[in-house]
Design a protein around this ligand. Structure first.
Ligand code: SF4
Ligand code: SF4
Length: 336
């Protein structure tokens, strides 16, 4: 492995992990993560939304290392040895084997594995009477380490229809944490996968704080409740932020009340702001683009989150706080 991620400092500071999650995509979670990264200026970014990664669009990474991701196995048939007995097709529960392969010396057509449908269970290889089937490591995507204007970033892309996204998420998180330890950085900021499935569980397991980002709609309430249940199940401290809250103030109140009933903290609201799109067109975060509007809301949310993370540092050092970035120090002076 590259020394970038392979060296552990013996005197490494405790690294905190903050993850932003949502019950579904499109809540503005990634825009918030990029803004927090801009404000923090001392975090390693980890894009764990590997099925639909888009943090790179705002972070503008310069890739310094990229590797294939192998997860699971995939069957292939050596058609020269296939006697067209059809056992493999009968046994494959995933319908991945079809009589559409090239002919051999004896048969006009042979069996062939559809790599998109193969789950790598190995049953066909086990029962093939001619040992014509082999299992090879499946390349399911790529993962990369990059430099960004916010700091280092670990990101990945899962191949279309590829499985094992939970394993890839774990790889991204582990690498990001190793980089943070090596560079003496205090925080890993994770853009988690949406939903409540395996990749989300891999995104949140063991983090110090989960920020649930939701929208003021009935489905936003439902999604928040599902994700909150997931964090409760795994014992993860969680907080809630309603994005575009002013589109439905009553529903925003309902969501925050439901969050408090579950013991979650509402760490602030972010208003709807057309300037977010303007900023994205210029490949900037809203906090780089504007000071007012939703940018001011996001700064408030970030201060709350930093406070929560600093409190969670206390077991490692009484009075220890998460360091402010130069931009935050200037801002805190102007606030006082
Ligand atoms: S089980 Fe083996 S020999 Fe039989 S059809 Fe499948 S690949 Fe060919
Ligand atoms: S490895 Fe399993 S899923 Fe893949 S083709 Fe063979 S039986 Fe089907």
């Amino acid at each position: 492995m590259n020394s970038l991620v392979n060296i552990h400092s013996r005197n490494a500071k405790p690294v905190k992990e903050l993850v932003a999650i949502s019950g579904k995509g499109g809540t503005g979670k990634t825009s918030l993560v990029a803004s927090f990264a801009s404000l923090a200026n001392h975090a390693v970014l980890a894009d764990c939304d590997v099925d639909a990664a888009d943090l790179h669009l705002l972070a503008g990474p310069h890739v310094i290392r990229s590797e294939p991701f192998t997860g699971g196995e995939r069957a292939t048939i050596n058609t020269n040895f296939c006697s067209v007995c059809g056992q493999c097709q009968d046994l494959c529960r995933f319908g991945a084997i079809h009589l559409n392969g090239p002919g051999n010396m004896v048969f006009a057509a042979t069996y062939q594995v559809d790599p998109m449908a193969c789950e790598g269970c190995g049953v066909c290889a086990w029962f093939c009477p001619n040992q014509a089937i082999q299992l090879d490591p499946a390349i399911n995507g790529t993962w990369s380490v990059s430099d960004t204007r916010f700091g280092p970033m670990v990101h990945a892309r899962l191949g279309a229809g590829a499985e094992n996204s939970g394993k890839l998420v774990s790889l991204v998180r582990t690498t990001a944490k190793q980089i943070a330890e090596e560079r003496q950085m205090e925080l890993v900021m994770i853009d988690g996968s949406p939903g409540i499935g395996c990749p989300v569980i891999a995104s949140i397991t063991g983090v110090d704080l989960a920020l649930i980002v939701t929208e003021p709609t009935p489905s936003g309430l439902h999604d928040m409740q599902r994700v909150a249940e997931l964090t409760r199940h795994f014992g993860i401290p969680a907080a809630v932020c309603v994005n575009k809250w002013d589109l439905n103030p009553e529903m925003s109140k309902t969501i925050e009340a439901a969050a408090q009933e579950r013991g979650l903290t509402a760490v602030g609201r972010v208003r709807y702001d057309p300037a977010v799109t303007e900023a994205q067109i210029q490949e900037k975060t809203i906090v780089e683009y504007r000071q007012d509007g939703s940018a001011a809301d996001i700064r408030k949310v970030w201060r709350q989150l930093r406070q929560r993370l600093s409190q969670s540092l206390s077991p490692f050092g009484v009075g220890q706080t998460l360091a402010m970035s130069p931009a935050e120090q200037v801002e805190s002076v102007s606030i006082q």
